[in-house]
Design a protein around this ligand. Structure first.
Ligand code: GDP
Length: 596
């Protein structure tokens, strides 16, 4: 049957194009709020980091009512896809609303999610928002949006999508520019008319695929998914089974069920086909599990969550200056917080290490981990992190394999040269080059994940902030060999074998270089590299002990605080003597260490 009383939609928007305001407004007008009740918490309020980086990290759900229909609105993560999250979320819905600023037009950051939606054959409603802005240019923006659709191989039906003009701020939507503004009704109507109702067989055995996990201190893990077939009832005996591990079935009793209502979850006794439900009380519920009738354990096939490819050590800050920047500083604080993160982030791993004060955290790319680092710092955690390292594997013959990424870059024409140059030095291979949106050129590279470590900062500098970079995991491939690259004309950094031996980091503001394993850091100017031996020569200006790496191993963000100047003799204590070739009062020469 078709559940005509339900619509499940996802909302896609570039940061600041008005997604939160729009959903707030739909909530207000759907009668969820009483007249004098303020919207206390903004529904899909992105946190600061999301805003800064132009991505959305968590998917959140809201439900609004219009006429006799419940509209479940699901927020989509922005362009960064941490382990297949975008696809999982989109599989719960039957259509999407693309919110586009009437002045800025569609932004390349939303492309990744939009492309997935188009591939999944979802119908799209384009909502041209901020139509009240004096500089709004809705006609151009419609053209640009259609161009983008064609670029992403939209089908004819998708190209024939409805356009709705809106001012979320003023609380209205209109279908034609000269319509007189009233309220959000035209948008509600378009949703009902254009987005298909969810379908399923209510008499078939129950199947609910868990697509996201929520976490609440009081009830623990909460699985969220859509009822594909059958019904789910409180007190029902059910079986939890995963498509990828069919033998690992668990019998459970459904104790608590919720549906979304406005900003809240409300308890329900039963949920039918097409409903988006939340289920608490199954402590080990995981993304990709299917909740099935006890007599028909048929899991729904599900894209495997991609494995972590990169790791970093999170360490207690043991410098004498610890405790100045945060209130949570102990190993216990750090450990609890990291393990708590696992409740909601399926693509993250956290492991204890031999050192009680240090934890190995692995995730899907440098951005993934750096978002976590920044979130924790903002919450008041103070800790140090190591440089990111990729996770290698061996094939059955023992050959070294390394993670690869596909990188999609959109840049104004004038910057293509520097981008190609830099990425080639980092073992990137240009796969495709073409026009993208408007004045941008689209470049696609295949590159070892380690080649991207620390690249984001360079990219921002090189493109003067005008470039957009998206990456997606592309499996493991044979090790591509050492990377040697020069940075800002003077930096030589190199990685060998399984580990970074000595990396040279640039601190742009000082024009100096820091070198050293782990947190032992020296600064100096590279003066040359011996072409025959590969030895690197640097002039040591000062050496400092790095006490507080402020970022996630991305070299551009390394900062010394507080700097302590060491004498050259002191600095030498930190260097393996067999690495050292020559020391003079002004320079030291080290050997490039080859591990394999
Ligand atoms: P989000 O990042 O997509 O969730 O965007 P927000 O909803 O937070 O909106 C970003 C900014 O745009 C806020 O300052 C809003 O007040 C403003 N805004 C949202 N909708 C409109 C609109 O229709 N017209 C105008 N002029 N501003 C809007």
């Amino acid at each position: 049957i078709k559940r005509e009383d339900i619509r499940n939609i996802a909302i896609i928007a570039h940061v600041d194009h008005g997604k939160t305001t729009l959903v707030d407004e739909l909530l207000k007008q759907s009668g969820v709020f009483r007249e004098n009740q303020e919207v206390e918490e903004r529904v899909m309020d992105s946190n600061d980091i999301e805003r800064e980086r132009g991505i959305t990290i968590l998917s959140k759900n809201t439900a609004v009512y219009y006429k006799n229909t419940k509209i479940n609105i699901i927020d989509t993560p922005g362009h960064a896809d941490f382990g297949g999250e975008v696809e999982r979320v989109l599989k719960m819905v039957n259509g999407v609303i693309l919110v586009v600023d009437a002045f800025e037009g569609p932004m390349p950051q939303t492309k990744f999610v939009l492309k997935k939606a188009l591939e999944l054959k979802l119908p799209v409603i384009v909502c041209i928002n901020k139509i009240d802005r004096p500089e709004a240019r809705p006609d151009d923006v419609i053209d640009e949006t259609l161009e983008l659709f064609m670029d992403l191989d939209a089908s004819d039906e998708q190209l024939d999508c409805p356009f709705v003009y809106a001012s979320a701020k003023a609380g209205y939507a209109i279908l034609e520019l000269d319509d007189s503004p009233q309220n959000m009704t035209p948008l509600f109507e378009t949703i009902l008319e254009y987005i298909p109702a969810p379908e399923g067989d209510p008499d078939a055995p129950t199947q609910v695929l868990i697509s996201t996990i929520d976490y609440n201190e009081y009830v623990g893990r909460i699985g969220v998914g859509k009822v594909d077939n059958g019904t789910l009832c409180v007190n029902q005996e059910a079986i939890v089974v995963n498509h990828h591990e069919p033998d690992k079935q668990r019998k459970v009793k459904i104790s608590k069920l919720y549906e979304f209502d406005g900003l809240n979850k409300v308890e329900v006794k039963e949920a039918g086909v097409g409903s988006i439900v939340a289920i608490s009380g199954i402590s080990d519920i995981a993304i990709g599990d299917t909740i099935c009738s006890s007599d028909a354990p048929n899991p729904i096939p599900f894209q495997k969550i991609s494995e972590p490819t990169i790791s970093m050590q999170f360490k207690v800050n043991d410098s004498p200056f610890a405790g100045q920047e945060g209130k949570f500083v102990t190993s216990r604080h750090l450990r609890d917080r990291l393990f708590r993160e696992l409740n909601t982030d399926v693509s993250l791993r956290v492991e204890d290490t031999d050192d009680m004060d240090s934890f190995k955290v692995s995730g899907r790319g440098e951005l993934h981990l750096s978002v976590l680092v920044e979130n924790m710092r903002r919450e008041g955690y103070e800790f140090a992190v190591s440089k990111a390292e990729v996770l290698y594997k061996h094939d059955e013959n023992g050959k070294l394999l390394e993670p690869m990424e596909l990188v999609y870059i959109d840049v104004p024409d004038e910057f293509t040269g520097v981008v190609i140059d830099k990425l080639s030095q980092r073992k990137g291979e240009l796969q495709n080059m073409g026009m993208s949106n408007g004045a941008y050129t689209r470049l696609e590279f295949s590159i070892p994940s380690r080649g991207l470590i620390g690249y984001r900062g360079d990219f921002l500098t090189d493109t003067k902030g005008n470039g957009i970079m998206n990456t997606s995991f592309d499996g493991y491939a044979p090790y591509k060999g050492d990377i040697q690259y020069r940075k800002n004309g003077s930096l030589i950094a190199f990685e060998t074998g399984e580990a970074l031996t000595y990396g040279l980091f640039s601190a742009q503001e000082r024009g100096t270089l820091f070198i050293g394993p782990g947190e032992r850091v020296y600064s100096g100017m590279v003066v040359g590299q011996n072409a025959k031996t590969d030895d690197i020569e640097l002039n040591v200006c000062k050496a400092k002990h790095l006490t507080n790496t402020r970022a996630s191993g991305s070299d551009e963000a390394l900062r010394l605080s507080p700097p302590r100047i060491l004498s050259l003799e002191e600095a030498l204590d930190f260097i393996d003597t067999d690495e050292l070739l020559e020391v003079t009062p002004k320079s030291l020469r080290i050997r490039k260490k080859i591990l394999d």
